[in-house]
Every structure is written in C-alpha cells, then in structure tokens.
Design a protein around this ligand. Structure first.
Ligand code: FNR
Length: 354
C-alpha cells in the first residue's frame, strides 16, 4: 500500500473494514452537520506566507505540561482500537511513542493499561468518562496512574452518547472479542445503550475537584466550545482545555472547533494549554490551529484508518505524513518555529460575522 495523504489511508481502511464498523468510526451524530463543519472550517483558512524570511528548517517540537512533544499533535482518545486490528492500542502506542507524541487512551480501550504502557515508549494520558458508579471511575484512574499514565482528560460533552443514526440503522453492536479491557464485566455490546445506563448525566464542574481527590495527575477537560465554559474550567482549576465537539459525534449543530478556537483561546489567555480536535487531516491544519490559538491538536479517526489499513506501519505513517506536511507548510510559509505562528499567518474567508 502506498499512501501519500491521510485520505489515501482512509480509503484503504474503508476497503478493509466491515461496513458497520466503518460507519461506527466514521459517523457523527444527527445530520452530521457538525462533523462536516469541522472540516469545512479548516477549508476556509488560507496560509499567508512570509517570503525571504530566513526561516530555515522549521522546528516543530513543543512542551506541553512540562513534557516535550516531538510535534504539536497527539492521538485523540478513541474507543476500541481493537475494532481496527486485534493489536489495537498496543500498535498505536508503539507508533505514537516512536513518533515522540502522546497517546490519549480511552476509557473504552480494547487493551489493558498495563499492556499499553509496556508497549509504549512515549507518554500516555487517560481519557475519563465519569460513570454513575464513582468507584468504577476511581478504579480506572488509579489503575492508569499505577501504570504510569501522565495526565487525565475528562470528557465533558457526553452525558450520554449522541444519536449516531448510522449505528442505529445498522443495529451496530461490538463484534466478538471487542470489549473494554479496563472496565468490570458488563454488557457493552451497544455503546449507546451502555452509556445511557452507566454514564453520569448530571456532572458539573465539581468533577475537577473530585478528580483531584482521587489522583495527583494534571486534569484537562475535553469538550469546551465557548469562552464561558473556558472561564468556568479555569475557575474549577483545570490544567488544560481541549476544544472539541467529539468529532461531531455528540451535539449535532455544535460549532466547528476551529471557529470557536479564537474565543476560547482569548478567554484562556495562555494560563493553561489549549488543545483542539476535530477534522485535523493535513499539516496545514496544524498551522491553522496554532495560528488561531491552539498549543497543539489531537488527531482522531485517521489513527484508526492507519491501524486498519496497515496494522504494522499504518499509524506510524499517519503521524509521519502529518509531520512532513507540517514541516513542508511551515517552510514554504516562512515559519521557522511554532512560536512564530500567530493570527497573521492565516487568512480566514467566508466566516460568519461576529
Ligand atoms: C471518539 N472520540 C472519543 N472521545 C472520548 O473522549 N472518548 C472516547 O472513547 C472516544 N471514542 C471515539 C471513538 C471513535 C471511533 C471516534 C471517531 C471518536 C472522539 C475523539 O476523541 C475526538 O474528539 C474526535 O475523533 C476528533 O475528531 P477527528 O480527528 O476524528 O475528526
């Protein structure tokens, strides 16, 4: 398989995966307006080059929460990498570690935290879904901390799972052999059904204090889309914010993440790192996100595409393509360093008047 872009890997993954599994990975909630909007927002952004800027070879390493990342991107939390290949998170962890970027492991990882940590030469974070049964959540966090995980990402946009119509039409249930490896025995066959029964639908900002009561790790909140929520997150004492609409899988009609990034970044004013996910598919998208206020981005679906397309090389290829495209875009735009990427680096067309 020869892949030059993440789209090439997506095509190969679609060819290889069961159609219902492909739909589960690819789909969004409702009319998939937010899913499409994430991508459309990036497509409205142009890069403004500075020529003859003596930029040299760009430097793309960055430091987030005291840890050096080789590039300003990481792997977003994704349930069940084992849907794409039986090695699942072990293969992803190897590739992310080799690329020098973190992997955010989902509450619904298909492999155990201990095995992922043993496979991973790089930093691991845990994404936390808060269950009604706080003991289950506490056990999950403690287990990840013992395995050496370095940060917690509390997903705040999922009081239950969004209505994924593709999954409803397909009657999607998890294939045999795919289950959450770090949760107690239970009925996980229908992700939406399980979430409705077990997720805590009444979380509030006190969850940040609760996380601190069970762990010493930094706490980030994922799912912030407004300046108001960014301020509430800061007031609650978070260590970082992930601007995310869950890849269009939760509230359909929520705005594209890139469009709300400037307002969130302005509210955060550099006090904590701001990460963004949703629709990042090219190196130029990373430049756009940096220009509009993100410290780094997370990449979701392409990682599962890589894993499905080629279990051995695919995820490494995804991260290499992104890195090489980022280096290429920065060099051609006259950007020698990530710190030099500000609002002047982009031109945004056809944005709604604010
Ligand atoms: C997700 N996402 C997600 N988020 C989370 O907090 N916990 C999870 O377990 C999952 N699981 C998951 C599974 C699959 C198949 C997808 C596609 C997404 C959301 C994910 O972290 C991220 O927000 C989006 O995927 C980012 O958008 P892109 O890069 O996929 O467009």
């Amino acid at each position: 398989m020869s892949a030059l872009t993440l789209a090439d890997l997506a095509r190969e993954a679609e060819r290889r995966l069961d159609p219902a599994v492909w739909d589960f990975i690819e789909g969004g909630a409702g009319q998939e307006r937010t899913l499409a909007g994430n991508r459309a927002a990036f497509d409205r952004v142009w890069l403004r080059p500075a020529v003859l800027a003596a930029a040299g070879r760009p430097r793309i390493d960055t430091t987030i929460l005291g840890r050096r990342w080789a590039a300003p991107f990481a792997v977003a939390p994704l349930a069940y990498h084992t849907l794409a290949h039986s090695d699942g998170e072990l293969a992803t962890a190897r590739a992310a570690g080799a690329a020098g970027v973190p992997l955010v492991v989902s509450t619904f990882a298909g492999r155990t935290f201990e095995d992922i940590a043993a496979a991973a030469p790089g930093p691991l974070w845990l994404q936390v879904y808060c269950f009604r049964d706080r003991d289950t959540t506490r056990a999950l966090v403690e287990r990840a901390e013992r395995a050496g995980f370095e940060a917690l990402v509390v997903t705040a946009d999922a009081p239950h799972l969004g209505r994924r119509l593709r999954d409803e039409r397909n009657g999607f249930t998890l294939p045999p052999g795919v289950r959450p490896a770090n949760l107690p025995d239970g009925d996980y066959a229908s992700p939406a059904g399980h979430a409705r029964a077990e997720f805590d639908p009444a979380l509030d900002w006190s969850i940040v204090d609760w996380m601190r009561s069970v762990s010493r790790l930094p706490v980030l909140v994922k799912g912030v889309l407004t300046a108001g929520d960014a301020e509430r997150a800061l007031a609650a004492g978070v260590d970082g914010i992930v601007v995310s609409n869950h890849g269009g899988r939760q509230l359909d009609g929520a705005p594209p993440t890139l469009d709300v990034l400037p307002e969130v970044a302005a509210a955060v004013a550099g006090k904590v790192p701001v990460l963004l996910d949703g629709g990042v598919r090219h190196g130029a998208d990373v430049v756009a996100a940096r220009a509009l206020g993100a410290d780094a981005v997370l990449v979701g679906r392409p990682v599962l595409h890589g894993l499905a397309a080629d279990p051995h090389r695919g995820v490494a290829l995804v991260l290499e393509i992104l890195r090489d495209e980022l280096l290429d875009a920065m060099a051609l735009a006259g950007l020698g360093a990530l710190d030099g990427i500000g609002p002047d680096a982009v031109l945004t067309s056809a944005r709604p008047a604010s």
